[in-house]
Ligand binder design. Structure first.
Ligand code: 2HG
Ligand code: ZN
Length: 485
C-alpha cells in the first residue's frame, strides 16, 4: 500500500484507523489476512484468534501513542513478542476487536556495560541475539530457554521466563535491573535505572515482570549480566529413575552448589522421541536408559576445578550405581549436541502428536514422588498415553508432558486435556507445588486460578488490574478467569 492510498481496517473505527495510519505509516500496520495470520494463532496451534490489525511501533513514543489511542477507543491490545507462549498468552480472542502490538521493530541493543555488568535491550530483541551480544562483549546473559531463537526480551520478562539456568541465577525477574514500560493509560514509566540498591516504594518493575502484558507493555529493559565462564563441563548421564537423578543433584550440590549451571531431567520416552523425530539427534551412550540427566557445571576460573569436580562426582556415582552410564562433552560441538538432545524435547513432542503440557513445580525433594505418582495416574486415565516428563530438576520445575497414544485421534485426546491436567495437578497440590512454574497462566490456565490462587491472592491481583487498567484493554482474557456476568 502506498503512503497516499486510504487506509482502512474494517473492524477499527475510521478515526482510530486514520490516527494509527498517520502515526505508524503503512509499513507499521498489517491488515491483510495473510499478513496477520501468523499473529493470530499460537506456537502450539491451540488457539485461533482474530485481530483488527497488527501494529508495529518503531519506538517507545509510537508504542505510547498506540496505547493512548486504543484506550480512547476502548480497543483491546494484545502485546506479542516472538509468539512462543505455551499457554496462549499472546494470542487475541476470536472477536477480532483487538489489535496485536508486535514489538519486533524495537530491536536495538542500546548498551552493554562491562563495569556494571548490565545490558540495555529493547523489547523486540530476541533472547538469542541478546545472549550473543553479551558473549561478544565477554559477558554472559544467564537466561536460556528452548525458544530463545524466537522469544523476545519483552515477552521473556513479561512472562518471567525461567529456563535452564534458574537453578543458579533465578528466573527472568531476578535478572531485571531496570525497565521502561507503557502503562495502560499511555503514560511511559521510566524505570531505566541500573542500581543494585533502590528502595523507594513499591517494586513496580517486579510487578510488571510476570504480569503477562495485563498491566502494561515493556519497551526497554536493563538486564543483569555475569562474567563469561572460563571453564565449563557438560555431561549426559543415564539413570534408573528420578530418585537417582535427585541423588546425583545432591552429590553435585554437596561439593559446590555455585558450580551447577543447569541440571536437567529427561525421561526415556521423551529422549526416544527426540532421537526418532529430530534429524541428526543421536544418543551418545551404549544403550537407552529409563531416564537421563544433563548437567552443566561452570566457573569464572580458567583452571581445571570444574573438570575435576565433574569427574569425581560422576566417578563416585558410577561406582555406587546412582549413574548407569555417562558421557562428558570434549568439545564445543559435543556440548551443543548434548544440549540439543534436551532442547529439542518440545519440538519432538510436537511432532509426536497432540500433547498436554503440565508446567508444574514442587519442592526439589519431591520431584521423584511427582514423577512416580503422576505417571501412574495418567497411565490409568488413558491407556497407551505416552508419559514424557522432562525439565529443570535443579529448581523443581518439571514439564510433566503427556503425548497422545499412538493412533489416537488428536482431537479426542485434547478433549480430555482438563481431565489430564487436573489429575496431574491434584498430585502437584498434594506435594505443595504450583500448576504453572514458568510458562505462566495465559488463557489456557485461567480456569485454575480460583482454585489455586483464590481468596485474597486473586482478589488483590484483580484490584491491581482494575486500578491500572480500568477499561481492561491490556491483554484481556489472560491470567484472570472470566467473571460471571
Ligand atoms: C523447555 O523447558 C520449555 O524446554 C518447553 O519450557 C517445555 O514443551 C514444554 O513443555
Ligand atoms: Zn522449561
Amino acid at each position: 500500500m502506498s503512503d497516499s492510498s486510504p487506509f482502512t481496517a474494517p473492524s477499527l473505527a475510521p478515526a482510530l484507523a486514520r490516527a494509527l495510519h498517520d502515526l505508524l505509516g503503512p509499513s507499521g500496520i498489517l491488515t491483510d489476512a495473510g499478513d496477520v495470520a501468523p499473529f493470530t494463532t499460537d506456537w502450539r496451534s491451540l488457539y485461533q484468534g482474530q485481530c483488527a490489525a497488527v501494529l508495529r511501533p518503531a519506538d517507545t513514543a509510537q508504542l505510547a501513542a498506540i496505547v493512548s489511542l486504543c484506550g480512547q477507543h476502548a480497543v483491546p491490545i494484545v502485546p506479542q513478542g516472538g509468539n512462543t507462549s505455551m499457554v496462549g498468552g499472546a494470542t487475541p480472542d476470536a472477536s477480532g476487536r483487538a489489535v496485536v502490538v508486535c514489538l519486533s521493530r524495537m530491536n536495538r541493543i542500546r548498551e552493554i556495560d562491562p563495569h556494571d555488568l548490565t545490558m540495555v535491550v529493547e523489547a523486540g530483541v530476541t533472547l538469542k541475539a541478546a545472549q550473543d551480544a553479551a558473549r561478544e562483549a565477554g559477558m554472559m546473559l544467564p537466561l536460556s530457554i528452548s525458544s530463545e531463537g524466537s522469544a523476545q526480551i519483552g515477552g521473556v520478562i513479561a512472562t518471567n521466563a525461567g529456563g535452564n539456568n534458574t537453578v543458579r541465577y533465578g528466573n527472568a525477574r531476578e535478572l531485571l535491573v531496570g525497565l521502561e514500560a507503557v502503562m495502560p493509560d499511555g503514560q511511559v514509566f521510566n524505570g531505566l535505572r541500573r542500581l543494585r540498591k533502590d528502595n523507594t516504594g513499591y517494586a513496580l518493575r517486579q510487578l510488571l515482570a510476570g504480569s503477562e502484558g495485563t498491566l502494561g507493555i515493556l519497551s526497554t529493559v536493563i538486564l543483569q549480566l555475569q562474567p563469561q565462564p572460563r571453564s565449563r563441563e557438560i555431561a549426559l548421564c543415564a539413570v534408573a529413575d528420578a530418585q537417582a537423578a535427585l541423588a546425583l543433584f545432591g552429590a553435585f550440590r554437596a561439593q559446590d552448589p555455585a558450580a551447577i549451571q543447569a541440571f536437567e531431567y529427561m525421561s526415556g520416552t521423551g529422549m526416544a522421541m527426540v532421537t526418532d523425530l529430530i534429524e541428526g539427534a543421536t544418543l551418545p551412550l551404549a544403550e537407552p536408559a529409563p531416564a537421563y540427566v544433563l548437567v552443566e557445571l561452570a566457573s569464572a576460573r580458567a583452571d581445571d576445578t570444574i573438570r575435576t569436580l565433574m569427574e569425581s562426582v560422576l566417578g563416585d556415582a558410577l561406582e555406587s550405581g546412582t549413574v548407569l552410564d555417562a558421557v562428558m562433552a570434549e568439545s564445543e560441538s559435543q556440548s551443543a549436541a548434548l544440549w540439543r538432545l534436551r532442547e529439542e524435547h518440545a519440538e519432538a513432542q510436537r511432532r509426536a502428536g497432540a500433547s498436554v503440557k503440565n508446567d508444574v513445580s514442587v519442592p526439589v525433594s519431591r520431584v521423584p514422588a511427582l514423577i512416580e505418582r503422576a505417571t501412574v495416574a495418567c497411565e490409568a486415565l488413558i491407556p497407551g498415553i505416552r508419559v514424557a516428563p522432562f525439565g529443570h530438576l535443579g529448581d523443581g520445575n518439571i514439564h510433566f508432558n503427556l503425548v497422545q497414544p499412538e493412533g489416537m485421534d488428536p482431537v479426542a485426546f485434547l478433549a480430555r486435556d482438563h481431565e489430564i491436567m487436573d489429575s496431574v495437578c491434584a498430585i502437584v497440590r498434594d506435594l505443595d507445588g504450583s500448576f504453572s512454574a514458568e510458562h505462566g497462566v495465559g488463557q489456557l490456565k485461567t480456569y485454575m486460578m480460583p482454585e489455586w490462587r483464590g481468596g485474597a491472592e486473586l482478589e488483590t491481583m484483580r484490584r491491581i488490574k482494575q486500578a491500572l487498567d480500568p477499561r481492561n484493554i491490556m491483554n484481556p482474557g489472560k491470567i484472570f478467569p472470566a467473571q460471571p456476568t
